[in-house]
Design a protein around this ligand. Structure first.
Ligand code: SAM
Length: 244
């Protein structure tokens, strides 16, 4: 998978060299390239913004540098992700979908956003996805591009050493058809500061452990995210408390 990120703050993307995405690059699974949008400006001040038509506060990103950037990168057939608080909320399902793409180009907005004509133009030759990291407003799209990249890259086949660990993760569809949060996890020692690991996890009884984990996942989801849990997997004795 090739990932291009276009931004006016390329240094913001430095963490892509580290940790998960860094590992994927080393394994040759992804090829990440970060581009400074200002290289496609032609004035002395390398201007990328201007005042909004119609008036109002703030500045809007001009279309010309973006147009030149996408021409230079050759986006035909790519998926171009515009990060925006007015986009589709980013979820594990969206991450799974993006993990199937060969090429993703991130456009990181700043100021009041990017001139709408850029998106309209890109849509004539590439798949456009407007994606929001959540219902809040960031200063720019870089953090969203980082988060989306990390969630997508770990789903690329061959990335996870143990692909099974993906199956039981939070927000993954379970066999019962529910999207559950993950059960609580424990490691050694068996007792720590007077807190014991639940005895069933030390029992060696795999069926009992699987059943306990499923119950815990349902319970946790019902308590914390009742919007996620499917009624068919609710335990009789799970009391759904209001989300804090
Ligand atoms: N005026 C815009 C609005 O109200 O929708 C917000 C602009 S915001 C200050 C600047 C840039 O940050 C956006 O163009 C977008 O790229 C990015 N951004 C802000 N919040 C975001 C979010 N929740 N998800 C994804 N990108 C976001």
């Amino acid at each position: 998978m090739r990932i291009d990120v276009v931004t006016i703050f390329p240094d913001y993307l430095a963490p892509l060299e580290l940790s998960l995405a860094g590992k994927a690059r080393e394994k040759g699974l992804i090829d990440v390239r970060v581009h400074d949008l200002r290289q496609w400006t032609h004035d002395r001040h390398r201007t990328v913004d201007d005042t909004p038509y119609g008036g109002g506060a703030g500045m809007v990103m001009r279309p010309e540098p973006w147009g030149e950037a996408f021409d230079a990168l050759g986006i035909e057939g790519a998926t171009v992700v515009f990060t925006t608080p007015s986009g589709q909320p980013f979820t594990q399902a969206v991450a799974r979908e993006l993990a199937t793409r060969d090429r993703i180009v991130f456009a990181c907005g700043r100021y009041e956003g990017i001139d709408q004509r850029v998106l309209d133009d890109v849509a004539t030759r590439a798949e456009v996805r407007e994606i929001s990291l959540g219902d809040y407003v960031l200063n720019g799209g870089e953090v969203a591009a980082l988060a989306i990249t990390e969630a997508v890259v770990r789903l690329v086949p061959g990335f996870m050493g143990n692909a099974e660990s993906l199956l039981e993760e939070s927000h993954t569809l379970s066999d019962s058809g529910a999207r559950l949060l993950e059960y609580p996890v424990y490691t050694k020692p068996a007792t720590w500061r007077g807190h014991d690991v639940p005895p069933v996890l030390l029992s060696g009884d795999h069926a009992a452990i699987a059943s306990w984990r499923h119950d815990q996942a349902v319970r946790r989801t019902a308590e914390r995210r009742p919007d996620l849990v499917h009624p068919s997997v609710l335990l009789d004795d799970v009391e759904i408390r209001p989300v804090r």
